[in-house]
Design a protein around this ligand. Structure first.
Ligand code: ZN
Ligand code: ZN
Length: 184
């Protein structure tokens, strides 16, 4: 079994958690977890114990290895998944055998955040769509900010919020967009 980063057999079995055996590369310190081991472990966890994971606060101590990676179990190319919107944290998963690769410190980081029991959720279409949507929103936010400038943008946002909650919204909008609202 070759490490997807170092491209050589440098794995050693390691206990990553109670009842979870993974393989650690002794060179780059990345971790491989097979789908079988992962699911076996997740199913032993008491669902009530699983804290809901809030991805809002993320500061990253880790660096991603950006190169293309090959699955150590079945030889397919690993697919890169973003884990949170607007954060450069990626996991690599094999679409064929569904094993997951963690670059150095990534497993430890997820574990410290309590996210390690939710890893399968990151690869689901709901999670991935949510990331895309949030990133698209952020992109527009940046665009408006650049276009309007901070001060005007804050002002128009405030007006917008007020307008869209107002019961006379339609009339106010008509008044606003009319060049001369005093002309009969
Ligand atoms: Zn390695
Ligand atoms: Zn595979």
């Amino acid at each position: 079994m070759d490490c997807p980063v170092c491209k050589r057999a440098s794995f050693q079995q390691q206990d990553l958690d109670h009842n979870l055996v993974g393989r650690r590369c002794m060179r780059c310190e990345g971790v491989w977890i097979s789908a079988t081991e992962y699911w076996k472990w997740v199913k032993t966890r008491d669902a009530a114990e699983q804290a809901l994971f809030d991805a809002a606060e993320v500061s990253l101590p880790v660096e991603n290895v950006g190169q293309a990676k090959i699955c150590p179990e079945c030889g397919h190319l690993l697919r890169r998944y973003k884990v949170w919107p607007n954060v450069k944290f990626y996991l690599d998963r094999c679409s064929s055998c569904q094993g997951v690769w963690f670059d150095r410190d990534e497993w430890e980081y997820l574990k410290a955040q309590g996210a390690h029991e939710h890893i399968h959720e990151f690869f689901g279409s709901l999670w991935q769509e949510d990331i895309r949507e949030q990133e698209a929103r952020q992109c527009l936010e940046d665009l408006y900010l650049t276009r309007f400038g901070a001060e005007d943008y804050a002002r128009i946002k405030e007006i917008r919020a007020w307008l869209w909650e107002h019961p006379q919204q339609g009339a106010l909008l008509a008044y606003l967009s009319d060049k001369d609202p005093y002309r009969m």
